[in-house]
Design a protein around this ligand. Structure first.
Ligand SMILES: Cc1cc2nc3c(=O)[nH]c(=O)nc-3n(C[C@H](O)[C@H](O)[C@H](O)COP(=O)(O)OP(=O)(O)OC[C@H]3O[C@@H](n4cnc5c(N)ncnc54)[C@H](O)[C@@H]3O)c2cc1C
Length: 345
């Protein structure tokens, strides 16, 4: 049954956590508006398309352990938007100065989006009202029309100046990395302080394409004792264009922190030199570009699945809660939706 005056919710962030929360609340009858500062949806479950191939430069794959997420992933597989990925996977140890290889046979089922990682976010966003290219810069409590106070947002679309949005909302969800969430949650009880206690860490990524296959002898590797922590042949994933040879390199956390403000070109050159050392042969890419993920993942652990303040009508969700990674982000969004539904009824 359609409600005459359904509760409204503003969800800032169209990554997995925000989209999971949005879908659940919309299915329960809420009027949902999602905002994202990027041009597309999916957040760090991202794909960059270039003239020289396409790269999943954020999340590389996802695993599904919790029954709620497993069920969702099974649906995605049945819909043809995700598939298991079984790469020739190694662990490469560089601590001795030269690569020591070992096969990884951990029995983990790894999934990827089809034909690219960003398909997952796009599918989840289908049927939701999402305003992309819209950065929410502030959220404040204002007197609502005859009801309790509501949330009013300020936002900047594209390069335009910040304006106060006309609509106000009963509920506010910050589905964004903790430092960004903290900036919006100043009027949400203790949530700002809680978000500030959960830092996030950076990761430099390089997207490199080659004019011929790189004879590495594997598709992906966890790297230890190196500036790099992960390297993968993107075109080895199912459903990818087999044409251009595309590799994604991820730098280690400490290395990324040290190089955080270095120029992207210099970072790219250093990571490519290390790539040659790790694979044991020197290869010059056709093109290569570095991308800095300032907030790539949580830097601290918490048992909280989401943050919620019923008094102000606000909450936060994301991978920095609920156990990190894609699965954690999804579950955190579900948890927060559940808390809002309980409080609204
Ligand atoms: C390099 C890298 C490798 C990874 N590898 C893996 C992996 O192999 N497996 C795995 O499971 N996970 C991996 N992850 C982690 C995974 O991508 C994240 O855990 C998950 O995607 C986080 O989802 P989220 O919804 O919490 O946040 P996000 O995906 O970050 O979504 C937040 C969204 O909010 C938007 N936003 C931020 N601030 C504002 C604002 N003020 N106004 C409007 N919009 C805003 C952003 O544009 C973004 O779209 C990786 C991440 C990175 C960066």
């Amino acid at each position: 049954m359609t409600q005459i005056n359904p509760p409204s919710v503003a969800i800032v962030g169209a990554g997995l956590s925000g989209l999971a929360c949005a879908r659940t609340l919309q299915d329960a009858g809420f009027r949902v508006q999602v905002f994202d500062k990027s041009r597309g949806v999916g957040g760090r479950l991202a794909t960059r398309r270039t003239d020289h191939g396409s790269f999943d430069h954020g999340a590389q794959y996802f695993t599904a352990r919790d029954p709620r997420f497993r069920k969702r992933v099974e649906q995605w597989v049945a819909q043809g938007i995700a598939a298991p990925w079984t790469p020739a996977l190694l662990a490469i140890d560089m601590t001795s100065g030269s690569p020591v290889r070992a096969a990884v046979g951990d029995g983990t089922v790894r999934y990827v989006g089809l034909p690219a990682m960003n398909r997952i976010g796009r599918t989840l966003a289908d049927g939701l009202e999402v305003r992309t290219d819209c950065t929410v810069t502030a959220a404040r409590r204002v007197a609502g029309a005859g009801r309790r106070e509501q949330w009013q947002l300020s936002a900047a679309e594209g390069k335009a100046a910040t304006v106060t949005l006309e609509a106000s909302f009963d509920w506010l969800v910050a589905a964004i990395p903790s430092p960004q969430a903290a900036m919006l949650l100043g009027e949400a009880g203790s949530l700002q302080a809680q978000a500030r206690m959960l830092p996030m860490v950076p990761c430099w990524a390089v997207m490199a394409s080659f004019d011929a296959p790189v004879e590495a002898g594997f598709d992906a590797a966890f790297v230890n004792g190196s500036a790099l922590t992960w390297i993968a042949r993107n075109n080895a994933k199912p459903g990818r264009d087999p044409g251009p040879e595309c590799w994604v390199l991820h730098a280690a956390r400490d290395w990324s922190e040290t190089a955080l403000e270095d120029p992207a070109e210099a970072v790219c050159a250093r990571m490519l030199a290390e790539f040659s050392r790790v694979i044991g042969c020197s290869r010059t890419p056709l093109t290569a570009r570095a991308h800095r993920w300032r907030y790539s993942g949580p830097g601290a652990r918490t048992d909280l699945a989401c943050l919620f303040d019923a008094t102000s009508g606000a909450g936060a969700c994301g991978d920095w809660l609920a156990g990190s990674r894609v699965e954690g982000a999804y579950l955190s969004g579900l948890e927060l939706a559940g808390r809002i539904l309980d409080a609204a009824h």
